[in-house]
Design a protein around this ligand. Sequence first.
Ligand code: ADP
Ligand code: MG
Length: 698
Amino acid sequence: MTETPAPRLSIAEIMNPRSVAVIGGSEDLRKFGARVLNNTIKGGFPGRIVPVNPKRDTVFGLTAVPKVSALDEPVDVAVIAVPRALVLDQLRDCAASGVGCCVLITAGFTETGEEGARLQEEINAVARTAGMRLIGPNCLGLINTHARLIMNSSPSMELTGHEPGGIGFISQSGALMATVYNRGVCDGARFSSTVSVGNQADLELADFMEWMADDPATRVITLYVEGFKNPGRFVAAAKRCRDAGKPVLMVKAGRSEEGARVAMSHTASLAGSWRVLQAVCRDAGVIPVDDTVAMMQTAEMFSRHGHPRGDGILVMSGSGGAAAITSDLFADRGLRLAAFSAQTRTALEEIYEPVQLGNPLDIGATRAKDFVSVDDSGLSLAAADPDVSANLLVIATAPQLTKSTEILARSGKATGKPTVVVFVPGNASDEGRRIVRDMGVLGYETIDEALRVLQGWMTPTGADAEPVRPHDLPDDEPFAGLADGMVDEHRVKQVLARYGVPVTRETPAANLDEAVSAAEAIGYPVVLKGFGPDLVHKSGEGAVALNLADRAALETAWQAMTERLGARLNGCLVAEMADGIEEVILGIKHDDQFGPMVLVGLGGVLAEIIDDVVLLPAPVAPESVKALMEGLRLWPAFDGARGRPKLDVAAIADAAARLSWLAIDAGERLRELDINPLIVRASGQGAIAVDARARLES
Ligand code: ADP
Ligand code: MG
């Protein structure tokens, strides 16, 4: 194998080039190359711009060359926008003449099938052996507003402002990238850099995320993703962004592909691919967003205001109705109205009747009740409350609307706390919209839009506790010596026991005599469970007999079970009868992209119907499991609601953590594992696995 040379340029150098060439640059704006050239020139790029066109001496007034190799000095970045059949020649020419990176606009590669894929591989090999980087193919190009580089093929770029800002945007879709950029700018978003990564033949999503984590101009990172080229690198890059204090927001397409395969275990069916991705995002500090407009609005909020300092929000409105709607929606969005301190209330009593003084603050209810003497209606007093971390101003029609909007927005801005404005009226508030925008305050058209932004902005993105491997775990391969396929209950429990997960004391019995002596050793009451290769849902098949109080009961159960199941039985397990209060599912699912995931599901046998689960990438710390469980719908049932005993959540979390290490040790051979149920006792009394199974696949 030939050794790959070091890249000629770093990503920072590619994104801040000294010189660029556009291969296929003409004046025919119906063509990609012409548009890239036109946008680059109009964008005001201060470095050298070279049109490459064998048929012309000049293009848009710039001296053209027939080939990149005709230049005395190579350019840093060359855009290739020529028909597919000509790409390889141009690329070779660039590689030979020392170009640092080629941006391949041309489409028709892996996305079109085998032949395209072969060509893409060939292109990649040429670039790699030269140390030349590639962006694309099948992409739209780059933007770096701070470098005044608008090297992009979209016709919308001419209509879009390119004021420098703090949002980095990486998009796997080209057309969507230009659309989202244009819409974002119109909504007040300001970008630092955007990259359309296309087919990611060489440079990919994670490369640009890593660069943006270091790029001083980028304060927040936004992603449009269809599929991950390298899921592990994505997670690592996201964590690096988080460590750099930069939020990552992502719109991911393909949510609906979930659950295609029929799963053997409850865990696998509860942990579909979308849910796995959400769990991975939470772990890596990535904020998933439903649509691109909301993503850019939220990103701009981060870009201007950084992370929130707290979660209390002040709402002020001139309409009691709008204020009421806003507070109704708060709970749905998981948002919290700030609670005023006694001191704040006293200060506000100067302006408001005590009974009408609260959050939301209804501007219409001031003592003065005159809209003539326009002032900030106590906004600065209320916003000074330590529980207020952001101000939400909901504008309704009023006399002197423009003036009062201006005063409120200015006063909100002067509080030093992030302030956003919602304009409920239509054209009645057009002038107010303009003033607020010019002031640099973010404004939205609907209450829901504003709350969506605040919700995204408030999403916790901190790192989970570092998982620590318990000292008492074995260090060999947990399922060594076992064949692929389903692993039976007793075997799985033996492995669990070695990992310190409590399991029932039990013994397999081949005949009644063995069953009786096993029961005597374990102590009555016992449970009798049939096992055999096709006995999957044992209780549904009459293969579980619970709470057998004595020898007579055991004998009766044995007779009944052996008669009913006959040859399907390989034998029966005699197990201790466990006691407890609730049942939960604990499970492992190996995700093809993100590796082993740990699941805790509440609801016992109804877990799949109730669908109230915690999912985390393994390994996990018990604290993280517990913290997530506190957010579940059924959490009160575990936490002593309605006079119930508090349950041993620590034992659940400990078992989940141990199971997660088992998953790490077993590696990808362990496809699925279910403990169903883990029976949970009252706080301090522990939990115990009474049923388990697993599936191995090499
Ligand atoms: P399956 O899930 O294959 O039907 P299980 O072993 O889970 O079989 O048994 C069914 C139910 O019986 C469990 O959900 C649990 O409620 C109860 N059960 C099973 N084993 C025990 C045991 N050892 N102690 C107490 N209850 C048990
Ligand atoms: Mg079960």
